[in-house]
Design a protein around this ligand. Sequence first.
Ligand SMILES: Cc1cc2nc3c(=O)[nH]c(=O)nc-3n(C[C@H](O)[C@H](O)[C@H](O)COP(=O)(O)OP(=O)(O)OC[C@H]3O[C@@H](n4cnc5c(N)ncnc54)[C@H](O)[C@@H]3O)c2cc1C
Ligand SMILES: NC(=O)c1ccc[n+]([C@@H]2O[C@H](COP(=O)([O-])OP(=O)(O)OC[C@H]3O[C@@H](n4cnc5c(N)ncnc54)[C@H](OP(=O)(O)O)[C@@H]3O)[C@@H](O)[C@H]2O)c1
Length: 378
Amino acid sequence: MNHPYPGTREDAMSAASTTRDLREQARARLRPGNFQGHTPRAGAHHTESEAIEAIGAAEGRWFNSARYGRRARVTAVAPLTSTGTVRVSFEVVDGLPFRFDPGQFVGIEAHFKGLGYRRSPYCILSAPSGEPVFDLLVRVVPQGPLSGYLASRRPGDEVAFRGPTGRSMVPPDDDRALALFATGTGVAPFVSLARHLLAGGYAEPITLWWGLRLAEDICLTDELDELAAAYPNFRYAVTLSRPTDAWAGLRGRLGGSVPPLLATLGATRYYLAGNGAMLEEMAFALSDMGVDLKYLYKEPFFNGTHQADPGVVAEIRERFVATDLFSAHANRRGTAFDLDAARSGKAGNGDPLAVSDLFDLMPAFLSHHPAQGELRPV
Ligand SMILES: Cc1cc2nc3c(=O)[nH]c(=O)nc-3n(C[C@H](O)[C@H](O)[C@H](O)COP(=O)(O)OP(=O)(O)OC[C@H]3O[C@@H](n4cnc5c(N)ncnc54)[C@H](O)[C@@H]3O)c2cc1C
Ligand SMILES: NC(=O)c1ccc[n+]([C@@H]2O[C@H](COP(=O)([O-])OP(=O)(O)OC[C@H]3O[C@@H](n4cnc5c(N)ncnc54)[C@H](OP(=O)(O)O)[C@@H]3O)[C@@H](O)[C@H]2O)c1
């Protein structure tokens, strides 16, 4: 293919810095929260429209004020962590159409004494099954009315909701790998997406990088391990920002621990979900590394208007080792996370990243960052 930066690595780096200057200028024109990346597919409100039309037809009139008029019954509530993460399962009981794409959310409404009605979106954790059922992954936020409400539901309770609505995360058919970056419950839409795509035969690598605070926050590993065992092209790794000494996995926030592990950045779509601060900072860093905005997709759950700190973005950028987007081989088809190549000969076995995988990558990392040794074996 014709690449805009043919020539030596020095030529490429110089062109890269020109590109960065242009990006800085473009960035100066952005306001907080409006750097939302691109949706892989057009906005999808079709399922909600179908339901609203069905309600209108049933009542002999069109109305759009009953968006939270749908009903779902709780079928199970499972606390997943001691730190307040809960899976709530629902069956839709209003008899109206219910279908969704991974990445879409339902809006939950409840009335609170002294607060009035509160409404918040929750991304669907389960994969589409054709049945009118869905699971949510809820983080109980201290003093948070709706998260507390959902976590305290009991089987048989009914909740009011709207949707499903929001953007589909299903990528267009192409040969790009998927790199999924989640903090906290931002993992929910990615579990839905990975399950859906893998069951449908998606053949490209899907790697989930999940940032949590404490070992006690870790959950869903049985399901993720099962997926990794069943599909060699799926892997995941948890990185803990506040691990104990006993933690043998990745340490630090996503922006610290993951960039040194990405051997290449091309031929990949990047999906970011969870804390808006992570999304903004990681998106800017990836963009600075040459990732085209059309391959960046963001779903902020909160902190949606966080303005990325240039110093933090620079620190993340400095930790990337991949240079392929500025090389003559840019966008070549292949794995973005060249763990197998880095492990020189070890066949991918579908397991989640093991500590030994990370140690194998240390030479590449340390040759770029000799002063940064926090990924050293402990
Ligand atoms: C598109 C979208 C999808 C979402 N999907 C999910 C989901 O799948 N699971 C989920 O738990 N939440 C999700 N949220 C967040 C959710 O909508 C609520 O904001 C959250 O449950 C807090 O609501 P609350 O009424 O309990 O507390 P609020 O008083 O509304 O929130 C209090 C504070 O809690 C923090 N907070 C909010 N959400 C989270 C979170 N998920 N993790 C950690 N801290 C948080 C923020 O700092 C917020 O200001 C999503 C938000 C959006 C915009
Ligand atoms: N701030 C605290 O000390 C603290 C402690 C416990 C609970 N809480 C509150 O408890 C609730 C639940 O929190 P949660 O753990 O589910 O979600 P969260 O606050 O989004 O944290 C999840 C993970 O995201 C990391 N993170 C935060 N900002 C980031 C950024 N800009 N880039 C990359 N990673 C980032 C966190 O690291 P860090 O650990 O470095 O933040 C943590 O590892 C929230 O309301 C939170 O405010 C806060």
